[in-house]
Write a protein that binds this ligand. Sequence first.
Ligand SMILES: Cc1ncc(C[n+]2csc(CCOP(=O)(O)OP(=O)(O)O)c2C)c(N)n1
Length: 337
Amino acid sequence: MTLTTEADRAKHALTTMWTIRRFEEAVDDMFARGLMHGTMHLSIGQEAVPTGACMALSEGDYITSTHRGHGHCIAKGAKLDAMMAELLAKETGYCRGRGGSMHIADVATGNLGANGIVAGGVPIAAGAGLAVRMRGGSEVVVSFFGDGAVNEGAWHEGVNLAAIWDLPVVFVCENNRYGMSMSVDRAFNVDTLAERARGYGIPGVTVDGNDPQTVYDAVADAVRRARSGGGPSFVEALTYRWKGHSKSDKNLYRTREEIESWRERDPIAAFEAAVTGGGATAPALSESDVEECRALARDRVREAIRTANAAPDADAATLTDAVYAPAGEPIAGGTRA
Ligand SMILES: Cc1ncc(C[n+]2csc(CCOP(=O)(O)OP(=O)(O)O)c2C)c(N)n1
């Protein structure tokens, strides 16, 4: 399947990437204006990875996400108003406004959850893959994680279990070159992170993570392999986050020039050029099609903000309702009867 020459696919990919971008620009702005609290991690600049990867999945397939998970959620089909409501601490949010950005899960679309624990989604993906195998199902699990996760113990345990049991899992590393302020050059003694896969006896490839077509091709191959019983694979997608790690990042560990050089490789601008005839193949979309995709993304995000703002605030009096604590134990805000 080519995303750049098939009009419907091209529109889907472009609208998804713009929706992720507009959603994150909107929440970045609301955070700066004091309308959102806590923290959040933005994936602006990385939109091609979740977009290309999720287009390689079928209905019923699963993903596990990360602390930088808005793009994964959106690409897997989450409801924007429930995501926005969660970030605005509204009752209509995915976790009734109690979890925020790092706790969004949407089981209805196969999204097994964002995760505040680096590499925390990797063993969950292996577990979901095992469940699929035990049920005799044909679903595949994509596990998203960053480069920093690849040095976590949980990552090695999860990948090893998936490998020895031939589980239907595709491990997708969003290598954006930094785990907080730690660069991959300082944290790894291998040229590509895909080399790590070989240590577990599974295939690993490194691809351009700023091109949704390239990500799609690599993940689609891995999905085919997993679905047909061939076991897990590892896809390293090279990309970059334009914004700081989270809200307190002063970007002291990287140069302005480096950030600028990656902004010039904007995955959305490059895809727009490709689909309107920048490449050798026939253009899939006209300029007005592109404009339509942009407008659709903008309108969806505006509508999500409107709907979420109109929803009731999460009620502090019910804050501990879904918290389990043995009877009589002291809990925050009082004693459970
Ligand atoms: C187990 C664990 N260790 C440390 C942290 C603190 N922490 C949060 S995000 C992060 C960096 C993760 O980097 P990476 O996996 O490359 O993802 P990215 O932030 O670049 O998307 C760290 C160290 C954590 N949340 N969990």
